[in-house]
Design a protein around this ligand. Structure first.
Ligand SMILES: [Ca+2]
Length: 405
């Protein structure tokens, strides 16, 4: 109900602005509701320990809500990708290549971080790669602006947004980063490793001991923060996240998801690693996961898989982090193919798809071989216009027909 009234207010103000702009010049940034909210929230923030000086200084820059955050709020739930489509982009050839380059570039820092926190360097790198493409996509929102917008206009979890906003203001107040450099996502996830301000408060680390936990501009601080986060959530040093396994014929797949079964027990039931080697620690418990049904790859997940999920509570996310870590370390792709229903393209093929769609005027994004929502929409639009089934799949069949276009 409250959201509805806020929305109506926003619409109402917009209409008034539009009406006025016909006859007078009204700054588009003028938003009385938001500015009043900033005034009203000031004593709340001050009571929580934010200094009035910092508050006024930070908010001087913001007189209207972050319009891109408002846009995200109003849009439908994100398109749900199939797990293989998600993994294609999260663990692409480019992600592996860049991860390996970062492994070399930051090797001395990673030595120290690994020793201090006991978390495998490749997992730390994989989190960084998946969260922000190794720092390339930290988000172009000012975190305080975005959080204030959410605290002001979000339909739900206002208490959460307010508390994250206060945490963010306190980070600025303590001098870790200038408010203008506090970049992140529209929902307030910050810097290289996309910590929410509350996670920053609990787990950010100061690698270089300069008194600043700077996850925005210091890669070592950000990597140490991720390692600390995983360590504090129970990372088991020297162990992996899980194994791809092969199930014996006629295996009872109802055991998938069941807790408390040891690797030795799985072994006795005929479950084997795809590479043929045994499980190093039979007494460790593992959960069988069939993330795309019984026709896709099967995995035995260990404790560290669930530690990764503390970063982002989705099986597909934790699998992507674990798999990217393995690929950075030099291991190969999964042995069993996903039940996609189409033959996928490699990186060169996906780039060719983007290039042709660009030439045909359907695509204006980057030629990077990452098939995200922009590429998918372009594929679908071209398929529609060409009288083909609009499945938006980056398949070999698609490339074959595009080559003839
Ligand atoms: Ca630092």
């Amino acid at each position: 109900m409250r959201y509805l009234s806020v929305c109506l207010n926003v619409v109402f103000v917009a209409i008034i602005c539009l009406a006025l702009s016909i006859t007078t010049i009204v700054p588009v940034s003028a938003d009385t509701g938001f500015r009043n909210w900033i005034k009203e929230f000031r004593p709340v923030a001050v009571k929580s320990g934010v200094s009035p000086r910092v508050y006024d200084e930070v908010f001087r820059a913001f007189t209207a809500p972050d319009s891109k955050t408002v846009e995200k709020l109003g849009s439908q739930a994100e398109f749900k990708l199939k797990i293989w489509d998600y993994l294609d982009s999260a663990v692409s050839e480019a992600q592996v290549r860049n991860g390996r380059a970062m492994r070399v570039q930051y090797s001395s820092e990673l030595d120290i971080i690994e020793r201090k926190f006991g978390v495998d360097r490749d997992v730390v790198l994989a989190v960084w790669g998946i969260e922000t493409r190794y720092g390339e996509r930290m988000g172009d929102h000012n975190v305080i602006h975005a959080l204030a917008t959410l605290a002001y206009a979000a339909p739900r979890r206002k208490k959460f947004w307010r508390s994250e906003l206060i945490n963010a203001l306190k980070i600025v107040q303590a001098g870790h980063i200038k408010s203008t450099a506090m970049n992140g996502s529209w929902a307030g996830a910050m810097g290289h490793t996309q910590f929410m301000p509350s996670s920053w408060k609990g787990y950010a680390a100061d690698y270089n001991n300069d008194g600043k936990k700077d996850i925005w501009t210091s890669v070592p601080d950000a990597l140490a923060s991720t390692a600390n986060y995983l360590a504090r959530h129970g990372w088991q040093t020297g162990k992996t996240w899980g194994y791809e396994v092969k199930l014996p014929p006629g295996f009872n797949t109802k055991l998938a998801g069941k807790d408390g079964i040891t690797l030795a027990k799985w072994q006795s039931m005929g479950v084997r690693r795809v590479n043929g080697s045994g499980f190093p620690r039979g007494s460790d418990r593992a959960v069988l996961k069939l993330l795309s049904g019984k026709n896709g790859p099967a995995f035995l997940m260990l404790k560290n898989f669930y530690v990764i999920k503390r970063y982002n509570n989705a099986d597909s996310y934790a699998l992507a982090v674990g798999h990217l870590a393995d690929r950075i370390a030099g291991y190969g792709p999964f042995a069993k193919a996903w039940p996609r229903g189409y033959v996928p393209l490699n990186e060169a093929g996906r780039m060719e798809v983007q290039r042709i769609l660009k030439r045909l005027g359907y695509y204006d994004g980057e030629i990077d071989g990452a098939i995200g929502s922009g590429s998918r929409a372009a594929i679908e639009n071209w398929q529609r216009a060409s009288g083909l089934k609009p499945d938006s799949r980056p398949s070999q069949k698609l490339l074959a027909s595009l080559r003839k276009a």
